[in-house]
Structure formats: structure tokens, C-alpha cells
Design a protein around this ligand. Structure first.
Ligand SMILES: [Zn+2]
Length: 293
């Protein structure tokens, strides 16, 4: 006598297959699972590659919902439909949400900070900063990991300080302080694309004087070139450090300029003209830093 694991029907003549499903359930499940797999793949691709943080967050929620349903519908009944199992995948993706939340808050806050930096009046400046502050209070801006919660809290404090004091220069809040490294992406990539594919975007942000957004992106690209260099032993690409140095010089951030150039000096170098030029730039930046304010 067979009993189908899915519909629970049983009978002397009910045939079940190796997974102990009756033929009707087996057919229906195959179609449903294929559909679920397609949705999961689609979500994962968009979470990795989309530039829109809202899309990434909503796709994360879709993915979690599908996996929870698969867990109840199949895994709980002992039916293996995907490997790794839904419960294992749910554990694996649990940390993704905080990362997406950070990216989302940062992208929105950076836009407002750039507006504030370019504001011609203190009123416009204040309005942009208040908008930035409001993003922290949304439900979709809440993280779960304590370190990320603390990072977001610090970032919020940074924005609040800019509101409290009109005379403070507007800088972004570095990603490295917001969320420790923990990217699962391929070394050398950021959001599913190689770091070298972002050159035009960096140039455009700089051209539009969106320096906060440019800095945030460049810090990711520097991390990507370092990850690739480490994985392949090929040395880092100097351009991204140089872009950051130029931005910091423009903003009068001599200490940050020295720090990014020293970060470059500490890395294995790719062959080319970059190294000596950036070494000279570092000497100049150190002189600027030593100069009394
Ligand atoms: Zn059945």
C-alpha cells in the first residue's frame, strides 16, 4: 500500500514514485517547483545586479516568501524539491537583508547630502538634510545585526550633526564604517559587474559635482580592485584611489587624501605609470596636511 507524501492519499493500488509522490502530485509539483525556481533565480539576479535599492529590497522579500512557502509546502512533508533545501537557503540569505538595507539608506542619504552640499541657501541645505534624516526612521531602514544597527545609528548621528551646525562641510559617511566587509560577490565585482565597468558612472557623478555619491561608489570599487588583486595576485588598479584623492583635495580633506594614497601605497601594484605619480601626490598631500589651518 502506498501513501502520497504530498496529498496524503493512500490505497492498495496507489502507485508512488521514489520520492513517494503519486503520479498526479508528481506532475503538478514538477511544474510548480520549476516556476518557483525561476522566480528565485530572477530575484537573486536582480538582488545582485539591480542599481535600484527598492527593487533589491522588494525582490529579497519575494525570495524569502517563496522559500518560506516551499519550506512549509514540501520540506516539512519530507519532500525534497530543491538542493540546498529551502530552510538552508533561508539561513543563507538571512544576512542579505541588512546589506540591502544599508545600500538603500546610503543611496538615498547620499543623494540628499549631495543636494545639501550644492545648496545655495541654508534653507535648501536644511531641507535636504531633514529628508536624509527621515530615511533612517522608515521600517525598511531597520537592520537586525547589532553591528549594522550601530553603523546606521552612527550615520544618523552624522546627518543630525550636519543639521545642528550649518558651518560643517557636507561629507558622506563611509561605507566601510556602515557595514563591515562580508560581500559574497566575485572578487573584482560590485553589484554583479566588474569594477572597470563603472568608470563612466564615476566620471558622470564627478561632472555633476555629486561628490558624496561618487565617493561611496569609489570606495566600493577600491574594495573590488583590492579583492581581485588578492584573489589573482595581479596588483590593484590605481585610477580609483586617484579619483578619491582628487575628490578629497577638492573638499579640503587632506587627512582623507593622505589615507587613501597610503592605502594605495600599501597594495601590490599593477604595472604602469600610476605608481610614481600617486607617490608624488602623496608627498604633496602630506605637505598640505602638515600646513597649519
Ligand atoms: Zn498525491
Amino acid at each position: 500500500m502506498g501513501t502520497c507524501r504530498y496529498c496524503g492519499r493512500s490505497g492498495l493500488f496507489l502507485k508512488t514514485n521514489r520520492s513517494r509522490l503519486c503520479s498526479a502530485c508528481n506532475r503538478a509539483l514538477a511544474v510548480a517547483v520549476e516556476n518557483d525556481k525561476r522566480i528565485l533565480d530572477d530575484c537573486q539576479r536582480l538582488i545582485r545586479q539591480s542599481k535600484n535599492p527598492d527593487t533589491r529590497l522588494s525582490r529579497f522579500h519575494d525570495m524569502r516568501r517563496v522559500l518560506q512557502r516551499m519550506q512549509e509546502q514540501y520540506e516539512a512533508k519530507g519532500i525534497e524539491v530543491i538542493s540546498p533545501a529551502p530552510s538552508a537557503l533561508l539561513t543563507e540569505i538571512a544576512g542579505w537583508r541588512d546589506r540591502i538595507v544599508c545600500d538603500r539608506v546610503q543611496a538615498r542619504v547620499d543623494k540628499e547630502l549631495d543636494k545639501a552640499a550644492k545648496a545655495k541657501t541654508t534653507k535648501t541645505r536644511g531641507k535636504a538634510l531633514e529628508a536624509a534624516l527621515s530615511f533612517f526612521d522608515e521600517d525598511d531602514s531597520r537592520a537586525t545585526e547589532p553591528t549594522v544597527v550601530a553603523g546606521l545609528h552612527d550615520m544618523r548621528t552624522h546627518v543630525a550633526a550636519l543639521i545642528a551646525d550649518d558651518s560643517l562641510p557636507i561629507y558622506g559617511y563611509p561605507r566601510s564604517r556602515l557595514m563591515p566587509e562580508g560581500s559574497t560577490s566575485e572578487p573584482g565585482t560590485f553589484r554583479g559587474r566588474h569594477y572597470s565597468e563603472y568608470v563612466a558612472q564615476v566620471e558622470e557623478l564627478k561632472r555633476q559635482d555629486k561628490l558624496v555619491q561618487a565617493e561611496t561608489l569609489l570606495l566600493e570599487l577600491v574594495a573590488a580592485t583590492e579583492a581581485e588583486s588578492k584573489a589573482q595576485g595581479i596588483g590593484v588598479a590605481p585610477a580609483y584611489y586617484e579619483h578619491l584623492a582628487v575628490i578629497y583635495r577638492k573638499q579640503g580633506r587632506a587627512a582623507d587624501e593622505v589615507a587613501v594614497l597610503e592605502r594605495y601605497e600599501s597594495q601590490p601594484k599593477a604595472p604602469g605609470v600610476g605608481p610614481s605619480r600617486l607617490a608624488e601626490r602623496l608627498e604633496k598631500a602630506k605637505t598640505l596636511l602638515a600646513r597649519p589651518a
